[in-house]
Design a protein around this ligand. Structure first.
Ligand code: AMP
Length: 562
């Protein structure tokens, strides 16, 4: 007999109610034990808030407008009540449940329906994902309404959460690995390794259930299944990286483009982004290049794609993004925004995983098979002076900085550790003024935690927004800030309050981008508040003229795209 979706919703409700990790793991393990073989992967994906396994490229493409339209029609409840329920709970799923509960029609209907099973829910999600093209919005709505029309308020809560991809039960993938290990009696490290290699714990669990430890020990990388990339920690400077790596290390130029994982099997090539989505269609020339140059039947390679100007110098990141998101008129964009690939790692080749091999060995093999594709520039040194010079060279060439890589380090999938350090020259922080703020989501839904930051126009005296951030302040500071801003509010619009420009904050950021979002035409990228400058008045804050100067200076090093 198929397991009812209700059981999964009840499990998630229990997970949400506790923060005890051991209890969570036991609850999930117990649940997994009683599933049919074909229910294991769908159930695991859903518990983790995904419609499909991680490597699966299908997406639901359901906007909030579509979803809320369906909820409105199904429940026939005044929409103001939804907004109220959302403000109270800070959670769309929980607000949906409240709506369903107050809708009598809904409750009566479900008394006579056959309960929806986990597999039926998965099939509905598949049907939604597969609906595309003309009229797809109406068809998606119809599918959503059929599914939601058959379920109880509690089930609706979790179906909506799965569709928007936000579970918020606190039960993450790491805990799922423990639960799978417990449920199917396979050592935790074996589960972990298999999950890393295949990129999906759901599939690993299904194999653990049917074929046990032996089955999952045999799992290997599979070409066209993207894997989680190794990540870098930030080092303050070159000396820190050298010291942590035992006095000798490899430095590579850190390019400011997009990280790509390239999978090749014979003539077939696919390119995945850092977030593991398939971006092959955006880069036909990289596909051709890989096919022609890479000397291996099967390979998983990593590198950075950057946009280059007419003289071959790198362009600011934002130009590149135009290319990355592009899905139409690709060949035209190939000509207008040329890109270049620089490889920096080799993870798998012709049936053999290289992840346990030391970095230097992987790089050597990479060089052997890369043909005419350039590798990121690299030096191996113990000299801080030589490394400083290399950093200067990277910056002068328009790159972001350096990555230091420990010579004997394995490739640690998905881990941000000290084996890779990024070293950047950061831009000087700005003192900006808070002019408005928004209430956050989830845990922060009662706090004004998202701040609009403005710089003063020295000519008109007006404060112009240059960015927005929810990063940098501690919970205590946010609470205190909420109180101050609520008291000072001169206007409230939905979840936003507008305040007079009074509070000055010091803001770090990575780049000033051109942006139509704000009146001044610029926006800070990755803004984060370093501290509140109680000692500064708004008149002493930095000016929009200074921000513009910083923006223009970036171009001195990077060619301007025309
Ligand atoms: P971050 O994204 O800030 O953690 O910095 C690491 C990122 O730097 C990687 O995800 C890559 O996209 C990028 N990167 C640029 N050049 C290199 C390089 N030579 N080696 C590794 N990562 C690089």
């Amino acid at each position: 007999m198929e397991t009812e979706f209700r059981a999964l919703a009840e499990l998630c409700e229990k997970l949400e109610a506790t923060s005890k990790r051991t209890l969570m793991v036991s609850l999930v393990a117990e649940f997994l034990k009683h599933l049919r073989d074909d229910e294991v992967e769908p159930a695991i994906s859903m518990i983790l808030g995904r419609a499909f396994p991680r490597w699966d490229q299908r997406t639901l493409e359901v906007s909030w407008a579509t979803m809320s339209g369906s909820i409105k029609r199904l429940t026939n409840v005044d929409w103001k009540d939804f907004t109220k329920a959302f403000s109270k709970t800070g959670d769309i799923g929980a607000a949906t449940k409240i709506m369903f509960e107050s809708s009598r029609i809904q409750r009566q209907a479900t008394l006579f329906e056959k309960p929806v099973t986990i597999l039926e829910a998965r099939r509905s999600l598949e049907a939604i994902a597969e609906t595309s093209g003309y009229g797809s919005r109406e068809r998606k709505e119809c599918l959503i309404e059929t599914l939601l029309g058959e379920v109880t308020p509690l089930e609706a809560k979790y179906i909506v959460k799965i569709m928007i991809g936000e579970m918020r039960t606190g039960f993450h993938e790491g805990l799922m690995e423990l639960a799978v290990s417990k449920a199917f009696n396979v050592p935790h490290d074996v589960v972990q390794r298999a999950s890393m290699l295949t990129g999906d714990i759901g599939e690993v669990a299904a194999i653990a259930k049917t074929r046990g430890r032996e089955g999952i020990s045999k799992l290997q990388f599979q070409v066209f299944r993207p894997i989680k990339p190794m990540l870098a920690q930030t080092a303050e400077d070159i000396n820190e990286a050298l010291k942590e790596h035992g006095g000798l290390t490899a430095f590579e130029h850190k390019l400011d483009g997009a990280r790509v994982q390239i999978h090749k099997a014979m003539n077939k090539v696919r390119i995945y982004s850092r977030r593991l989505t398939d971006v092959t269609a955006s880069f036909p020339e990289i596909v051709r290049l890989t096919r022609e140059e890479v000397k291996a039947s099967e390979a998983i390679l990593e590198g950075e794609i950057i946009a280059v100007g007419k003289d071959g110098t790198p362009l600011p990141f934002q130009h590149f993004m135009r290319r990355f998101r592009r899905v139409h008129d690709i060949e035209e964009m190939v000509k207008r925004i040329p890109v270049e690939l620089f490889l920096f790692d080799l993870i798998y080749i012709d049936g053999k995983s290289l992840i346990v091999d030391p970095y230097v060995e992987r790089r050597k093999k990479l060089k052997e098979i890369a043909g005419n594709i350039p590798l990121t520039r690299q030096i191996i040194t113990s000299s801080p002076r030589e490394a400083e010079r290399f950093l200067g060279e990277a910056i002068n060439k328009g790159h972001e900085g350096l990555v230091a890589k420990k010579l004997d380090s394995p490739y640690t999938l998905g881990v941000r550790g000290k084996r890779w350090f990024k070293i950047k020259l950061s831009l000087e922080p700005l003192d900006l003024v808070i002019v408005a703020a928004e209430y956050g989501y989830g845990r922060r839904h009662n706090w004004l935690s998202d701040y609009y930051l403005a710089a003063r126009d020295s000519e008109s005296g007006e404060f112009l927004v240059v960015g927005k951030t929810f990063k940098g302040l501690t919970d205590e500071e946010i609470k205190d800030m909420t109180r101050r801003l609520e008291e000072a509010a001169i206007k409230e619009e939905h979840r936003r309050v507008v305040v007079p420009p009074k509070i000055v904050v010091e803001v770090a950021y990575n780049e000033v981008q051109k942006s139509p979002k704000y009146k001044c035409g610029m926006a800070l990228r990755f803004a984060r508040i370093m501290r509140i400058r109680e000692d500064k008045s708004p008149e002493e804050a930095d000016t929009i003229q200074k921000v513009r100067k910083i923006y223009e200076k970036q171009f001195e090093k990077k060619a301007i795209y025309r």
